[in-house]
Design a protein around this ligand. Structure first.
Ligand code: EPZ
Length: 429
């Protein structure tokens, strides 16, 4: 298995181009199931999750062409992909495919809306929490689908089509908001989604669905109004820049010191994280096409943060912030409120010399003057990049194992960091 080797201590200086957002790309690809026409997506990042989802969609009959070629024939660096589901050949998403990536469960929305049936494997366990699918099933049921659980599969049927209705989520869920929006877009009549997720990726997907002929208003707020249409058509859409990748590199610069321009970043998509970084002593200059993050000789100040749905501090930056706070001049606290098991990086950070105490869903991080390089193991996507951030500032050599987690969601990570002066390389097994 590949590893990442880092020799810490170099400041980061230069420019990092921000890729298209993984968490927008995946639902945008899934939206292709909702039309028989071609959906063209630009700025699709080259990520393992994109490859995995292309296979899952292929199983349903989606023709997936990368810049005119087939998957695997070239790297999909910020590429244009064309997805055409002219005919859905299979409405079943089998366990073997769904278990590889939780978001593939989301195909249930467009499949049942367009085909009147979908049989999708329940995703099963996940490293960061139990992550049930009850909100999805309740939403589809409110829209008139009959839902049954049969031998590990969610079976949704609506032979006469879905019918618009009010869907109220008990808790904000990004995935359930995507699925309810896609399903309601093709339901008869009007739907209102209450307590909807307002993440920039939800807005990006709604904008794309509207280009496809949907009538969605209010995406980006807690209440979304959708007027159902009979069918959707093809469209062309550019994936929004990745706010989590942006925040990750901003924290890396905060950790190592130096000055890096994040080209293409949209600061308005991560205001809470940027405010946190500013109070930690980081300078952030925003311009028309990105932003520049810098930290000079001053140390990192401790912060107290709670993860929240957008516009709050994102859970997907929690591990990276914790890595940064391991070197703060004082004690920080981070409370995780979205997932119940998202502190697995704590014991790995401790291997680098971090002093972190866990109290339920809250972590107290006592900043240390130095970290020491060590061998560590990635446990999930964001946890693994937090180990990279810590390794960049640790004394000596750090190797991060199980880097397939990183490949799921960070495009050209080693290239982007080494172009800014980091000593980082992939050791291919
Ligand atoms: C999305 O996951 C992201 N994934 C996650 O990114 C992100 O951490 C998460 O939103 C929160 O921002 C993608 O967009 C592909 P949720 P999602 O439904 O939609 C509970 C990453 O590293 N819940 O918003 O699966 C759930 O357990 C990842 O890129 C239910 O109880 O997350 C959690 O506690 C990981 N029942 C909370 O809601 C349900 O039916 C919010 O989860 C659905 C969710």
């Amino acid at each position: 298995m590949d590893k990442i080797r880092i020799v810490g201590g170099n400041p980061l200086n230069g420019t990092i181009p921000i890729s298209g957002a993984k968490n927008a790309t995946l639902p945008l690809m899934i939206a292709s199931l909702a039309t028989a026409d071609t959906l063209t997506l630009h700025n699709v990042p080259s990520l393992q999750d994109v490859v995995t989802l292309s296979r899952i969609l292929g199983n349903h009959g989606v023709d997936y062409a990368v810049a005119g070629r087939r998957p695997g024939s070239q790297r999909t660096h910020g590429s244009t992909v064309r997805l055409t589901a002219s005919e859905i050949v299979d409405t079943t998403a089998p366990y073997d495919l769904v278990r590889r990536m939780r978001a593939s469960f989301w195909v249930i929305g467009p499949l049942v809306a367009r085909m009147g049936e979908a049989k999708v494997s329940l995703p099963g366990g996940c490293a960061i929490g139990t992550r049930p699918v009850d909100f999805f099933l309740d939403a589809l049921s409110a829209l008139g689908a009959n839902i049954e659980i049969d031998q590990g599969y969610a079976v949704a049927s609506a032979s006469n089509g879905l019918v618009g209705n009010r869907v109220t989520f008990p808790k904000v869920s990004v995935g359930a908001t995507h699925v309810a929006s896609m399903a309601a877009a093709l339901a008869r009549g009007e739907s209102v989604i209450e307590n909807a997720a307002a993440e920039p990726e939800v807005v990006d997907v709604a904008e794309c669905l509207n280009k496809m002929g949907a009538k969605i208003e209010g995406a980006g707020t807690r209440t979304i109004h959708i007027q159902g249409v009979e069918e959707l058509h093809g469209a062309e859409h550019t994936v929004v820049p990745d706010r989590i990748e942006t925040g990750t590199y901003a924290m890396a610069v905060a950790m190592t010191g130096g000055k890096v321009r994040l080209e293409g970043a949209r600061p308005q998509h991560l205001e809470a994280a940027l405010e946190t970084l500013k109070s930690a002593g980081v300078s952030i200059e925003v311009d028309d096409t990105g932003m520049t993050v810098a930290r000079n000789g001053n140390g990192i100040q401790p912060v107290d943060v709670t993860t929240e749905p957008f516009p709050g501090f994102p859970t997907d930056l929690q591990a990276q912030l914790m890595a940064l706070m391991t070197k703060a001049q004082g004690t920080s606290s981070i409370r995780e409120t979205i997932f119940e098991n998202r502190f697995m990086h704590v014991s790995e950070l401790a291997r680098l010399g971090a002093a972190i105490r866990l109290d339920g869903q809250q972590a107290f991080i006592e900043g240390q003057p130095t970290l020491q390089g060590a061998e560590v193991m990635a446990t999930d996507l964001r946890a693994s990049v937090s180990l990279v951030i810590a390794g960049l500032a640790a004394e000596g050599e750090t190797t991060v194992g199980r880097v397939y987690h990183l490949d799921r969601g960070f495009e050209n990570l080693e290239e982007k960091l080494s172009a800014c002066g980091a000593q980082i390389e992939r050791l291919v097994a």
